[in-house]
Design a binder for this molecule. Structure first.
Ligand SMILES: [Zn+2]
Length: 286
């Protein structure tokens, strides 16, 4: 029973540095993320344009929507390590961040709306934001009731299914309730192992079975995925497509040129940002 938790703890610590760096280098990432700018900057002679299919072209032609990634919403503890802190947002800071979004006119959207916008130009609110929570920690349910509901905000929850009904994680009925209330439930693997290491049956264990289990809980299709630690490789994308995933979310690194729908960027919001700082970072990162 303890294996999955040890794995998560170790990986969370290992991922802390890179996630933290990602947050701080979002401006650089933005520049690198433009395929055309990159080609012009480094090409000594004209190169053939990257061969993109129509959906990839349409995605790259549309302005990115700010997407926020949260993990734990709780007070800091004395033994929280520096690498863990970016994943923790104290409740009063979270309230300030959500108030800033609301007061400046942001409206929340969900992964289905984002997909329709990116692939076919479906209209979104002028100031759209997608709020996502990873892992399925139980306080995510409480802050939804206390902070998001009064603002009529909706969010996307990417669930690590091994933890459902475990202490400190959401129960199945809470996940179902979120879904029934119009939030989006997505998958975050079975036990948070790095997607880049999957072979053969790992895809069944980490994607197929937990997808079916989540669908049974909420009574709806589960079609959106978040890579643990934001780590992915091009080999993972056809595996996700085959298994019915319509989009996949990374962190603030560069999107895949052929499959931007499976490498949608998010920023981790740390507890050190005020609401005002969050608004500034959203504008510079997307
Ligand atoms: Zn995670």
């Amino acid at each position: 029973m303890k294996n999955w938790w040890i794995s998560v703890s170790i990986c969370m610590a290992a991922a802390g540095l890179s996630a933290c760096n990602n947050v701080q280098s979002t401006t650089d990432t933005k520049v690198q993320d433009k395929p055309s700018a990159k080609a012009v900057a480094v090409a000594p002679a004209p190169l053939p344009a990257p061969k993109l299919d129509s959906s990839a072209t349409s995605v790259f032609n549309r302005k990115q929507i700010p997407i926020l990634c949260y993990h734990q919403i709780r007070p800091y503890k004395p033994d929280d390590s520096p690498t863990a802190k970016p994943y923790i947002v104290p409740p009063d800071v979270f309230k300030d961040q959500m108030k800033a979004l609301h007061d400046s006119g942001y409206q929340t959207i969900l992964p289905d709306q984002l997909r329709n916008y990116l692939l076919s130009g479906e209209e979104l609110p002028e100031k759209s934001v997608l709020i996502s929570f990873d892992d399925g920690c139980d306080e995510q349910f409480d802050v939804t009731k206390e902070v998001l509901d009064p603002y009529k905000m909706k969010a996307a929850y990417f669930i690590m299914t091994v933890a459902i009904n475990r202490p400190n994680y959401m129960k199945a009925e809470q996940i179902k309730a979120l879904s029934d209330e119009g939030h989006s439930i997505g998958l975050h693997t079975w036990d948070h192992n790095n997607v880049k290491k999957y072979q053969g049956e790992d895809w069944v264990k980490q994607i197929e079975k937990p997808k079916t289990a989540l669908e049974k809980i909420i009574g709806k299709p589960v079609e959106h995925f978040a890579y643990p630690f934001g780590l992915w490789n091009p080999e993972a994308i056809p595996q996700l497509k085959t298994r019915g995933m319509k989009s996949a979310f990374i962190l603030s690194t560069t999107r895949d040129q052929n499959d931007p729908m499976y490498t949608i960027r998010r920023i981790i919001v740390p507890g050190t940002w005020t609401g005002t700082q969050l608004l500034t970072r959203m504008q510079s990162s997307f």
